[in-house]
Ligand binder design. Structure first.
Ligand code: SF4
Length: 247
């Protein structure tokens, strides 16, 4: 893994999903095989494959402290095109420092991650008036997880993290996209740990809205995704968990 420190020009960017997005890192060591953000590599000058490098925006908190003063209040997505709690966050704590600034100003935040490291910052999360923490979870089968998301936290760790956050009164959700084999096992596992569920066939909920070139239209007609989504929807409804299917 190549890790290099860089100086960014700005950090609070406009987003098509929420009002803003903050990406303290460029690149993502989770290295998901289906990653919708992999196109970012071409803007970095890196020759390594996506998942093999991370650029660290070491001035991200300083930038945010300045930018937050001159921009209009809005919801911030943490992160968008990287995981804010990937491995380097343990050492650099950039996400943590950015959250400290956001909570001081009480900006609403949506965190999305595949890492249980988010629990490290629970005392900051609890101070927000408006925050939700989502975990992307695509299967309940750890063998499948290792194949598709080799650098991310094991499924049980993610579910445990959701449980802890939910029990502290923090809004939680799970994003099941893409639906992978073994996703149906999540119906039981997520009960009473999330406030709602989002389901998509592939993760083009974000990809389509950000970068249309990354569309995977073939998946729209694929019976595996259609039947999988239906089964999940019914299962979660029986558990009393609100579900949004994004197609
Ligand atoms: S966690 Fe998200 S950004 Fe990181 S590799 Fe996986 S899909 Fe891409």
């Amino acid at each position: 893994m190549i890790v290099q420190e860089i100086i960014a020009k700005s950090v609070l960017s406009k987003s098509q999903i929420y009002d803003y997005a903050i990406n303290p890192y460029v690149g993502c060591s989770h290295s998901c095989r289906y990653c919708y953000a992999a196109f970012m590599r071409r803007f970095t000058g890196h020759k390594e494959k996506w998942g093999e490098f991370v650029d660290v925006k070491i001035n991200a908190p300083e930038l945010l402290a300045k930018e937050i003063k001159r921009k209009q209040l809005g919801r911030v997505w943490v992160s968008g095109v990287c995981d804010p709690y990937q491995v380097v966050e343990k050492r650099y704590e950039l996400t943590r420092k950015c959250l400290e600034i956001l909570v001081k100003n009480q900006w609403p935040v949506t965190i999305q991650t595949k890492s249980s490291l988010v629990l490290r910052d629970i005392e900051i999360l609890e101070k927000f008036k408006d925050i939700e923490v989502g975990f992307s979870i695509t299967t309940a089968d750890e063998k499948i997880r290792k194949l598709f998301e080799p650098g991310a936290s094991p499924i049980k760790e993610r579910i445990h993290a959701l449980d802890v956050l939910h029990s502290k009164g923090i809004q939680t959700f799970a994003m099941i996209a893409p639906i992978l084999p073994g996703a149906e096992g999540l119906i039981e596992e997520l009960a009473e740990k999330v406030d709602h569920i989002l389901i998509d066939r592939v993760n083009y909920f974000y990809a389509n809205r950000i970068y249309t070139e990354n569309r995977m239209d073939w998946a729209k007609e694929d019976p595996f995704f259609i039947e999988g989504a239906e089964e999940l929807k019914e299962g979660f409804k029986k558990q009393g968990i609100p579900v949004r299917v994004l197609f």
